[in-house]
Design a protein around this ligand. Structure first.
Ligand SMILES: [Zn+2]
Length: 382
């Protein structure tokens, strides 16, 4: 089990029903476990539905005081958790899956520090149960490969992101910049870009990360445009994850979005707190944080030659990650869309190209010194 994530549900139980007091999730690559902490024993049924793949858990006579959609499951298999009351006092919990998976469930009696629990295991992959025969995307080991850069244009679809000066949408300008960066990286020998989205669609965060991992990305860059209530705020920023902070704080943050500015070390990100924090929550641990910082500094440095910088060093969010990740990851706030001048810049194709070029140069420079073994760029520089 790699990740562990816990949300404590608070509130007042109705007298007649058993209360769900918390939900914990943990996951490794092909299996996820959900543990419902309960105020007493419960009866439940579990079944699957297809198109799209879902697991449905019906729990009898329980109450819950939180919206499970708030919980970002620590799982590549579970895209989303939702719940709704049914038949009066019953609760239906639906796990939206990224692929078909088999559920297994059992209840546990109180033991040690724990009370009654309902455990749901979600097992992905095919049912053969055999070991994996090696990395699925591993090409011929002798052949140097390209370095894969996942470009993630923030927001999309029903989520416009920040609405900037003059009505410009963050989701649109970051997609345009991402496409430019994508083209530039395609033209750069040894680098291969993939985009998490290339149209105006909404992608849940998990899906963005899943797409990057599926492409075996060596670097993940999420592109955003900043906004602030003070229209004078301007400049580019780059974020990486910090190792500071406790996982309980991270969990608390998810439960209390109001505290998000504090959780980001006093850096106010205004309306995009959720996106930034969620991306960062999903990112790397210390090994990859170093890489993220190093890549981030180079990108920030290059951005500084085409745009004013909002912060002159890579910013780090002060909470711990929930997932043990493998991909150095950054979040780039290209500029302030709430600033009239920068909103104009963000819409200008010439300026978009400059921003994309700066990021490409930073990425290229970083991988010249830090190319993963087995890649063409590594072979050229060692
Ligand atoms: Zn954003």
């Amino acid at each position: 089990m790699l990740g562990l994530f816990c949300v404590v549900v608070s509130g007042i139980a109705s007298a007649s029903t058993t209360r769900i007091t918390g939900l914990r999730t943990a996951a490794d690559t092909d299996r996820s476990r959900l543990v419902f902490d309960l105020g007493g024993p419960v009866e439940h049924q579990i079944f699957t539905l297809q198109d799209p793949s879902r697991i449905v858990i019906d729990i009898e006579d329980v109450s819950i005081d939180t919206d499970l959609r708030e919980i970002i499951p620590d799982s590549d298999l579970i895209r989303r958790i939702r719940s709704a009351p049914r038949n009066g006092n019953d609760l239906r919990v639906v796990l939206d899956l990224t692929e078909s998976a088999r559920p297994k469930s059992f209840v546990l009696e109180p033991a040690a520090d724990y009370g009654h629990r309902l455990v749901v295991d979600v097992v992905g992959g095919d049912a053969s149960g055999g070991g994996s025969g090696g990395d699925r995307n591993q090409p011929n080991a002798d052949e140097p490969r390209d370095i894969v850069v996942a470009i993630d244009p923030g927001h999309g679809g029903h989520d416009p992101g920040a609405i900037g000066h003059g009505g410009v949408n963050e989701k649109l300008v970051v997609l345009q910049i991402a496409r430019r960066l994508n083209r530039l990286l395609e033209e750069t020998p040894g680098l291969k870009p993939v985009m998490t989205r290339n149209s105006d669609i909404y992608l849940p965060l998990r899906e963005r990360m899943r797409r990057a991992r599926k492409a075996d990305a060596d670097l993940f860059i999420s592109l955003h445009a900043d906004a602030f209530r003070d229209a004078r705020a301007r400049g580019s920023s780059v974020y990486a994850l910090s190792t500071n902070g406790a996982s309980s704080e991270a969990a608390k943050w998810i439960a209390n979005r109001e505290n998000s500015a504090d959780m980001l070390g006093g850096v106010s990100l205004d309306d995009k707190d959720e996106m930034v924090a969620s991306v960062l929550l999903d990112l790397s641990q210390s090994a990859t944080i170093e890489s993220s910082l190093s890549a981030g500094e180079r990108i920030l440095n290059k951005l500084g030659s085409v745009n004013r910088l909002h912060k002159h060093s890579v910013q780090q969010a002060g909470f711990v990650v929930l997932k043990a990740p493998d991909v150095p990851s950054l979040l780039v706030e290209t500029a302030f869309i709430s600033n009239p001048q920068e909103a104009r810049n963000l819409r200008s194709s010439a300026h978009q190209e400059k921003l994309a070029r700066a990021m490409r140069d930073g990425i290229e420079e970083y991988f010249k010194t830090a190319a993963p073994r087995g890649t063409r760029i590594y072979a050229q520089n060692n």
